[in-house]
Design a protein around this ligand. Structure first.
Ligand SMILES: Nc1nc2c(ncn2[C@@H]2O[C@H](COP(=O)(O)OP(=O)(O)OP(=O)(O)O)[C@@H](O)[C@H]2O)c(=O)[nH]1
Ligand SMILES: [Mg+2]
Ligand SMILES: [Zn+2]
Length: 278
């Protein structure tokens, strides 16, 4: 049978196949350490095969992530450098990003317009309020294997909780009881929802972004879809967009590229250059 790994618990895996769940151990040749939540596998009494992965995250340990919800909110003040890094990460790992603006109940229109003005051009942007139980925008986007990321206190856990509450209400809490682990757990589980799977990563505040620093400084701007057109006008192909005859600087000056994105690009560029010094 073919299935997807929903949970990993010590030596035992929960695998979903055709709407049913099975508790399965790896076979002799498939080691426990070689199977991750999110893996597509073949199994009978044991897991006999792990299908090739589209990506693998180490922290949290999760395979085949399709979509990442990058969450921000008006308070705490957004860390847009982090948002940009998460978007770069998505491109690197072949993950579709969706920008979630949570706490719209306390957001003013200026904030919403600013964020959608900058990011809405190149990434799908949705506003929700976990507090008001309005998380439909996220629910409707669940497709394939999905997870949340974003700085602390933006409301990632609150959104996940609101989605599960909604799900319980829909099923009257009878046919499908959702049992979730403790908030502190360092294990990831996938929960099947209407359109796909949502990773319950409540115990993880942040993805491991450290390997973004492996990028070559001159590659960085190729991860900026909003810089693409302007880059064609740089004098040198290896332009870092820090000075000289540069299409990106020109576009930022004219407001065609957001100054926020450009200035934060320079910050990330500096980090990459410093990482290369060692
Ligand atoms: N006003 C408002 N407050 C919210 C909303 N969603 C979450 N909060 C509050 O924001 C605070 C942080 O929410 P969490 O869900 O714990 O945030 P988190 O992103 O999971 O934080 P970490 O686990 O530390 O990464 C809590 O006090 C929530 O009650 C919302 O939609 N509106
Ligand atoms: Mg949390
Ligand atoms: Zn340039």
């Amino acid at each position: 049978m073919k299935g997807i790994v929903l949970k990993k618990n010590a030596n035992l895996f929960t695998i979903e196949s055709g709407e049913k769940e099975y508790q399965i151990r790896p076979s002799g040749k498939t080691k426990t350490s070689g199977v991750f939540v999110g893996d597509y596998v073949e199994f009978d009494e044991a897991i006999t095969k792990v299908f090739p992965r589209k990506n693998l995250l180490i922290r949290p340990p999760l395979a085949n992530l399709d979509k990442l919800f990058v969450v921000i909110s008006p308070s705490p003040k957004p860390d847009f450098v982090l948002v940009d890094k998460l978007l770069i990460y998505c491109t690197l790992k072949a993950i579709s990003p969706v920008l979630i603006i949570n706490k719209y109940d306390i957001a003013n229109s200026e904030f919403l317009e600013r964020v959608t003005g900058v990011y809405g051009k190149f990434v799908k942007t949705i506003k929700v309020s976990a507090k008001n139980g309005d998380v439909r925008g996220v629910e409707d986007e669940i497709d394939g294997i999905c997870a949340m990321a974003g700085q602390s206190a933006v409301g990632k856990s609150s959104i996940i909780n609101a989605i599960f509450q909604d799900e319980l209400a829909k099923t009257n809490g009878l046919s499908k009881k959702i049992e979730r682990g403790k908030q502190t757990t360092r294990l990831v589980s996938l929960y099947k929802l209407k359109g796909g799977y949502l990773a319950d990563t409540a115990g993880f505040s942040m993805l491991d972004l450290s390997y973004i620093s492996d990028l070559e400084p001159r590659e960085l701007s190729s991860y900026y879809p909003d810089f693409l057109e302007a880059r064609a006008k740089c004098k040198f192909r290896s332009c870092l967009h820090e000075g000289g005859e540069c299409g990106v600087i020109e576009a930022a000056r004219k407001g065609k590229i957001s100054l926020l994105r450009y200035e934060n690009y320079l910050k990330i560029l500096e980090e990459l250059k410093n990482a290369k010094k060692y």
